[in-house]
Structure formats: structure tokens, C-alpha cells
Design a protein around this ligand. Structure first.
Ligand code: BES
Ligand code: ZN
Ligand code: ZN
Length: 521
């Protein structure tokens, strides 16, 4: 009896499908160049045997097909686990391919233990999986279910679809996206802008170092800011300006390379009060870190093309702040150069003089990030910023400590810490507080020849903390944070909505943080 019923049901469905297939094929013939797809969400069932829990948009779509989607979902396999997708073909005349994606539990919300908003992360994960499966099918326009949070859905779509393939002859299918079945286009638009910001940082980090030289980096940022010229000024400072500024620490790094250094200075004036003290963002911009005379081992040295990740995320977040027209003033500084070995390069044991007059014994030329940042931080203080945030792929030790789970934050300000942490819960691109003890300061100030040594006395132990302690010697401002992003620089498969490659993290957190400052006055 049961088997008979099932057979009838399946036959009826097959007949239905044939009708719809015919319909959709005739439609797709009129749009030969465009293949359309749809991504819809489904939550995990509440308890065993609970009924299917579709999102609002998915339920609407299901209704328009007289319940066909839910029927197909029931018969095609077990409930979709979060981040998993299933594609149905030919069920709707406008959408030849429909990807249904698993969103996990409904109303998961903020998780204290994980330090992020699980609902938002689940949406990013699911939507990116759905968009990618359709991209693999060469669908070139995808409509996306807001899944209850259009911003997160847009982020999942735009982050998930990004791939750096500019230098390959065979490209991945270009996919355009659009919100489906929701009126919240403002949130969708915001999500696209946030994700495009991170994608800009990913592009700059992933691209090879012979393409992204200091000069090329500065030109790309200038181009990206051109549409916002009304509120933005850019200075691409040359070597002679850097010399006039007596940035001896920065120059000690750049002098081993034939590529000229650039000190990039961006001013975004978004606040209605032009006199409002700016937020200062400073990014390490080593476009290639060979280690210099303290040469790195050759295995994985190619990853050091992303050693400008601090500059990339800082500049990309300023481009994003400008696109969002955030009502806040931001100054961005990026000391850009290569760290190379040569007859002109700094040698271990050399002593140099930073902009603030402090002398530094350079015992390891591979600890170059703190040197370029030292001078940039000194210069940055001249703008009387309300807060200083520097971002750098500073130490391998940071990767050892936290891996890719979170950016390490060293800060002298509880106020700044709270703002950064709050922003990161929203974005899912997390931060974790690290110590700034005098214990570490002693290890860089105890130096044979100079005021400071560029490496800690006990070399590898607490390497991320001694690097932070070194930077602190160049800070007098009460609200300063150093973000060590070495651990989050690249992605294998840890962040499910980013493909393998340089991550562009934590651009969205910097944008969300800036937005928080803008709206708290
Ligand atoms: N750019 C590196 C740090 C890094 C390592 C970033 C791996 C991303 C992934 C930095 O300039 C460096 O080489 N730091 C040294 C410091 C040491 C010599 C005190 C390090 O971490 O080994
Ligand atoms: Zn280095
Ligand atoms: Zn470096």
C-alpha cells in the first residue's frame, strides 16, 4: 500500500517536473546569455521529526509552486546541515537552478563562548556555499534570500564568489547578485560594500609582489578613492619627503631594495565637523618581506607578498568608509616598501635613528615591520588623533598563539578594546586581547648599543608581545591599539565563506569599528 502511494507520488512529481522543465527551457532560450539561479535558506528542524522550517522568502517561493519545493526537499534526502546545499533544476520558469542552503538553528544569535553572532556567521556560510555551487554550474546571475539578515547574506555572496584569477587565462564564471523576496535593499547594499572592501584587501594581498610594488599599491588606492574626491585627499610621499621627515627606521628597511619606498597618506573627511579629531589607522606595508640580510627560509616565502596586509586592510577600510559616507574623519598612513637583502641593506647589529630620536639596534633585519611602523606612529601623533589603530602582519609568533581564529589586539585603552571587540562580534572577524606587560618592555629596552633592540632578549618567547612592547615605545596617545594580523593573513578552509588564499581580514571589523565611532559621535 505504502509503496504504491510512493510510486504514484513520484510519477505525479515527474510529470510536474517535465511540464516545468519545458517551460523553463523555452524561457532560457530567450535569454541565451544569462543563466539565472536562486539561493534560498532553510533552518534546522526543531527536534526530531519537526516540520521543515523555510525562511520567509523560501516559504513564499514554495507557495508560488504549490508546495513543490518542500516536497522535493523532503524526498531528496535528510535535513540540510548548516552550510550544506542542494540544487533543484527546472522547478521554476525564471530560475533554472535553485540552490537550497542550510542555515543551522533559527535565532541562534550572539554566542558568548564563540564571541560572535552565530546567526550572521551561519548566513554568510550558507549563502556563500549556495552562490558558489551555482557559480560552478556557470550560472551568471543569482538572486539571494536575505535569510533574515540581508547584510550578512550580501557579505556571504560577495565574499564567497570572490576569486583572484586576473592572471589566469581560464576565469571562474562572473556572477552578479541581487536580493530576492525582501525589501531590505539598504542592508543588502551595505553588505555588498563591506564585502567589496574586504575583497579589495584580498586582491592587494594575493597579487604578486612584482605587480603590487609600493608605487603600484599607492596608485591603486588613489584610483579607488577617486570617486570620493570630494571628501578625500591623498599624498603619495616620496623618498625625499621620507628623508626630510627623518624617518630613519623606515629608510633602514627600504634601503636594501631597488623599489622606491612610498609613504601613503590618506585623509577621509566624512564628519560634518571638519575639526573633529580623526581616527588614525596605520598599516604595515611591506610589499615583499624576504627577511633582508636575516634572510627567511625559501619554503613559503612567497606568502610574504601579503606582508602589506596591514596597509591593505587599512586602506581598503578607508575606501569602504568613503563609499558608505561614514560621518567620521579618518587618516590612513601606510609606510610602503620592500625588505630585501643587498649590498645596500641594513646589517644585523646596525644602529639606526627613528623619527623621534630613539636609537634602535637592528639585530634581526626580518623584524622590519616594527621599524616602519615606529616612524609612521611618530608622524601620526602630529594629527592629534582621537584614537590610533595600527594593523600589521607583524609576527609569526602571533600565528603560533591564536592561529587564524582571531586578530591579536594589544591596547592601552579599555575603551578602544570594547569598541573593537563589539565590532568584531557583529562581523564574525574576531579579535582577542593580548598583554602589554612591562615584562615584555624590559626585553626590548635592555640593549647593548642603543635605546631599543628590534628583537626581544629571549628571541622567540612571547614574540608577538615583545613586538607590541617595541611599538609602544613610539606611542604617547592614551587610546592606541596594535592589531597583529599575521595569524589571520591567509585562509585554507577555516573561514568557510572565504576561498583559499589571502583573507583580507579584518577589513570588515575595521569598517564596523569606524562606523561605531562615527555613530557614537
Ligand atoms: N612578516 C613577518 C611576520 C609573519 C610571519 C607574518 C608569518 C605572517 C606570517 C615579520 O616581518 C617577521 O619576519 N617577523 C619575525 C620577527 C622575529 C625575527 C623577531 C618572526 O615572526 O619570525
Ligand atoms: Zn620580517
Ligand atoms: Zn614582515
Amino acid at each position: 500500500m505504502y509503496a504504491e502511494q510512493m510510486t504514484m507520488l513520484l510519477l505525479r512529481r515527474a510529470a510536474h517536473l517535465r511540464t516545468n522543465l519545458r517551460r523553463s527551457f523555452s524561457v532560457s532560450r530567450t535569454h541565451l546569455n544569462e543563466r539565472k539561479g536562486l539561493v534560498l535558506g532553510v533552518f534546522e528542524k526543531d527536534g526530531e521529526g519537526g516540520s521543515l522550517h523555510l525562511t520567509e522568502a523560501a516559504a513564499g517561493f514554495d507557495q508560488s509552486l504549490s508546495g513543490k519545493l518542500s516536497e522535493l526537499l523532503e524526498i531528496s534526502g535528510p535535513t540540510l546541515k548548516k552550510g550544506k546545499s542542494r540544487v533543484f533544476y527546472g522547478i521554476h520558469k525564471d530560475f533554472p537552478c535553485v540552490a537550497v542552503v542550510g542555515l543551522g538553528k533559527n535565532n541562534a544569535g550572539v554566542c558568548g563562548a564563540e564571541n560572535w553572532d552565530t546567526s550572521k556567521e551561519n548566513i554568510r556560510h550558507a549563502v556563500s556555499a549556495g552562490c558558489r555551487v551555482l557559480q560552478d554550474l556557470e550560472v551568471n546571475h543569482v538572486e539571494v534570500d536575505a535569510c533574515g539578515d540581508a547584510q550578512s547574506a550580501a557579505e556571504g555572496a560577495a565574499l564567497g564568489l570572490f576569486q583572484y584569477d586576473q592572471l589566469k587565462s581560464k576565469k571562474t564564471t562572473k556572477v552578479t547578485t541581487q536580493l530576492h523576496g525582501s525589501a531590505d535593499s539598504a542592508s543588502w547594499g551595505k553588505g555588498v560594500i563591506y564585502a567589496e572592501g574586504q575583497n579589495l584587501a584580498r586582491l592587494l594581498m594575493e597579487a604578486p609582489a612584482n605587480h603590487i610594488t609600493p608605487t603600484a599599491f599607492a596608485n591603486i588606492i588613489e584610483e579607488k578613492l577617486a570617486p570620493h574626491a570630494e571628501r578625500v585627499t591623498i599624498n603619495k610621499r616620496s623618498q625625499s619627503w621620507i628623508q626630510e621627515q627623518q624617518m630613519g627606521a623606515f629608510l633602514s628597511v627600504s634601503k636594501g631594495s631597488v623599489e622606491p619606498p612610498v609613504f601613503l597618506e590618506l585623509h577621509y573627511n566624512g564628519s560634518p565637523d571638519s575639526k573633529q579629531a580623526p581616527l588614525l589607522l596605520v598599516g604595515k606595508g611591506i610589499t615583499f618581506d624576504s627577511g633582508g640580510i636575516s634572510l627567511k627560509p625559501s619554503a613559503s616565502m612567497d606568502a610574504m607578498r601579503a606582508d602589506m596586509g596591514g596597509a591593505a586592510t587599512v586602506c581598503a577600510s578607508i575606501v569602504t568608509a568613503a563609499a558608505l559616507k561614514l560621518p567620521v574623519n579618518i587618516i590612513g598612513l601606510a609606510p610602503l616598501c620592500e625588505n630585501m637583502p643587498s649590498g645596500n641593506a641594513t646589517k644585523p647589529g646596525d644602529v639606526i635613528i627613528a623619527k623621534n630620536g630613539k636609537t634602535i639596534q637592528v639585530d634581526n633585519t626580518d623584524a622590519e615591520g616594527r621599524l616602519v611602523l615606529a616612524d609612521a606612529l611618530c608622524y601620526g601623533h602630529t594629527f592629534n588623533p582621537r584614537a590610533i589603530v595600527n594593523v600589521a602582519t607583524l609576527t609569526g609568533a602571533m600565528d603560533v598563539a591564536l592561529g587564524s581564529a582571531a586578530t591579536g589586539v594589544f591596547t592601552n585603552s579599555d575603551w578602544l578594546w570594547e569598541k573593537l571587540q563589539k565590532a568584531s562580534v557583529v562581523t564574525g572577524d574576531r579579535v582577542w586581547r593580548m598583554p602589554l606587560f612591562q615584562h615584555y618592555t624590559r626585553q626590548v629596552t635592555d640593549c647593548q648599543l642603543a635605546d631599543l633592540n628590534n628583537v626581544g632578549k629571549y628571541s622567540r618567547s612571547g614574540g608577538a608581545c615583545t613586538a607590541a612592547a617595541f611599538l609602544r615605545e613610539f606611542v604617547t596617545a592614551p587610546h592606541w591599539a596594535h592589531l597583529d594580523i599575521a595569524g589571520v593573513m591567509s585562509n585554507q578552509d577555516e573561514v568557510p565563506y572565504l576561498r583559499k588564499g589571502m583573507s583580507g581580514r579584518p577589513t570588515r571589523t575595521l569598517v564596523e569599528f569606524s562606523s561605531g565611532l562615527a555613530h557614537s559621535g
